[in-house]
Design a protein around this ligand. Sequence first.
Ligand code: PMP
Length: 444
Amino acid sequence: MDHTSRPNMPPLDNFWMPFTANRQFKAAPRLLAAADGMYYTDVDGNQILDGTAGLWCVNAGHGRRKIAAAVERQLATMDFAPTFQMGHPIAFEFAAKLGQFAPGEGAATLDRLFFTGSGSESVDTALKIAIAYQRAIGQGTRTRIIGREKGYHGVGFGGISVGGLVNNRRVFPQIPADHMRHTLDIERNGFSRGLPAHGLELAEDLERLVALHGAETIAAVIVEPMSGSAGVILPPKGYLERLRAIADAHGILLIFDEVITGFGRLGTPFAADYFGVIPDMMTTAKGITNGTIPMGAVFASRKVHDGLMHGPGNQIELFHGYTYSGHPVACAAGLATMEIYQEENLLARAGDLAADWEEALHGLKGHPHVADIRNLGLVGAIELTPRPGAPGARAYDVFVDCFHKGLLVRVTGDIIALSPPLIIEKEQIATIVSTIADALKRAA
Ligand code: PMP
């Protein structure tokens, strides 16, 4: 079928789509044209329930007038101003506002903000801060970063080096890094509700890497407190606490990549709050502006910030930044977003809904090909047994089928991932589950 002859279909050749099998997609394009609340409308006029908050980012739901008005106001007042050796009030205001949400106490308070344009930039920034901090405090041999197998930390050279998804890494050079083991262990943990009981011993892999490389070569360890992009892998009970203890024992900074978990996904402002484990830095993006204007931020502790600024080994503070660090329009969108989160108590809402969400998702147990179901906060994953000889094909079919039945889910390998906007209602949770149940039956 020639899709360009479909009404409302633009020319498809020029846009080189990210993380997409371009040829397959362009043969059968799915284009979203409008969005409001919990729903998208596609170019053919169909309503599609957003089961993924866009790409884990539209936490307050679509089409928020307050954000649109703030953006419009800011564009009319001052469209752009640099933050290199210059400043503008709204960037400082937004940093101060974010600082109010920051976990930690005293020197561990994570309220020193470095602005970026995306999650990938936040990750690369945090890794550079870690290395620069170690050098500033007289630990200049610490340049290696430890990540995890299956970790996703964006697509910058830093992010892919510490990331553990092979397709993202295999053809590109990397910075010095190594990876802790990290497995799903469906045999022991299958169909766990919330955090899995088994696997705490995986944290000891950090000790193994310290013994292998020497603590004096390691600047930081970075993990997603709940890994999203690899298919929702939850930390075993006690795991993050143990990583914190090992990192402390060896002078290694702990970085939580909260690009997905930040801003209410687990029912607390950050996963750090949910787990009660305070890292030295958090990387964020996505929900920081409700997905509206591209932006990210690194939350650094006062210890890291002050150590870097005043440490004996520091010569140049931090030689790093982006044209769009603290972009005034993004800051305006972010301030309006934080107001919405507060006014509607949205950062706690995932916690209020978590029990219903868990119950509904686990109702899919026993459906054809369901190998595991995982949930935490307002995140879910349904893992399917692969079709023999065609890994990923079964989940992809379910994804396409759901789309045609009016539900957007995300698929990675044979895992269907869910992360709806935090404004979701219980009836919409039921719709998500029944639509997936029907698609699973058809796929069988
Ligand atoms: N880190 C994590 C944990 C992510 O989930 C993502 C994006 N899904 C990123 C980093 C990269 O963010 P971005 O796509 O905005 O660069």
